[in-house]
Design a protein around this ligand. Structure first.
Ligand code: SF4
Ligand code: SF4
Length: 223
């Protein structure tokens, strides 16, 4: 059972405001997505919040509503969510209230990478967005301030809601399976902003230089 009150999201939001980088990354992906940043369009990314966060958001803004699926694939995404999570949709990037962004907006495109031994070792990215998200092709531009705030926010959440640690451990295992099939290592940003790769078959973590990370998808040929 979660032990977090809706009001506690106020301090989480206050402590986690830094942008992922000093660049306006939306300017890089939006031109490929009809002018809208990829992560601000539910056609690509559906924000998900725990019910306590959803209650908190409702108490301070009218910017969000419950996501209404348009396709069978979207219905499936919604149906497969844990019971205490909600799929949300905002009014769009043009009307974004920065201070009322959900945690899933603040963290995108990253999730906390959790080892088999339950260690929170760094930030991995949602690999389904490799081809579209410019940040994923430019991991070196991720700011240390952002990394620190990300780590502190999740440490707090894992203390209060241990089930979340399990959820992200499962997600990390899914990423290892996916990268094993692709015969690739997993790029990882360490908690101190250092760079690593995970060997998916064993879970071993090795230090690498940031230049080792490849550009992907739309950004494959960028300088
Ligand atoms: S985080 Fe990625 S998808 Fe979202 S605006 Fe930045 S580049 Fe685009
Ligand atoms: S709240 Fe803002 S950052 Fe989050 S999805 Fe909506 S427009 Fe994007």
């Amino acid at each position: 059972m979660p032990y977090i009150e809706p009001g506690e999201y106020k301090s989480i939001y206050t402590e986690f405001q830094s942008p992922v980088s000093r660049f306006d990354c939306g300017q890089h992906c939006a031109p490929h997505n009809g002018g809208e940043p990829v992560c601000c369009s539910t056609r690509h990314a559906i924000p998900v919040a725990m019910v306590e966060e959803w209650k908190f958001l409702q108490s301070r803004t009218a910017m969000w509503h419950i996501f209404r699926p348009r396709t069978s694939a979207e219905r499936k995404v919604k149906e497969e969510l844990p019971r205490d999570h909600r799929a949300l949709e905002c009014h769009g990037a043009a009307q974004c209230e920065r201070e009322n962004r959900a945690l899933s907006c603040r963290t995108f495109p990253f999730f906390p990478y959790i080892t088999k031994g339950y260690e929170f070792v760094g930030l991995a990215y949602y690999w389904q967005f490799e081809d579209l998200c410019w940040v994923i092709s430019n991991l070196q531009i991720v700011e240390r301030q952002f990394i620190g705030e990300f780590v502190r926010a999740y440490e707090l959440l894992f203390r209060r809601i241990p089930g979340e640690l399990e959820t992200f451990r499962d997600h990390s295992a899914s990423m290892r399976r996916a990268f094993s099939r692709m015969k690739r290592t997993i790029p990882l940003i360490g908690r101190a902003g250092d760079y690593h790769e995970v060997i998916p078959s064993t879970g071993e973590i090795r230090a690498v230089s940031g230049e080792a990370f490849a550009k992907r998808g739309l950004y494959r040929n960028d300088e």
